[in-house]
Design a protein around this ligand. Sequence first.
Ligand code: FES
Length: 105
Amino acid sequence: MSSKGKIPRSSASRDGVKVEVCCGENCSARNSQKVFDTLKKEFENTEKCGCLGNCGKGLNVLIDEKRILHYSKEHNIVERVKSDEGEVFKRFTEEELTDDFLKDI
Ligand code: FES
């Protein structure tokens, strides 16, 4: 299965969507607080989270623990959350977290 592409979601599930805005060091440096404030107004179930292991593509937003949205200045983040856009999210295991990665968080 490809790690990219759209993930089918029903429109009914969008009302209760769980949104997590990465507020790790790298995403915070890219103004994740402003993105969090914007999404919190639109989606009740919006929380902050720690590093998602995708710092190079951040800032990052995790939707329903399944798909991840990376920074894009061309597209509105609220519309992106409402759409089926995003990549399949894979949480790193401890074995996959190398020392090199840990220096980044
Ligand atoms: S700090 Fe956001 S993905 Fe690492």
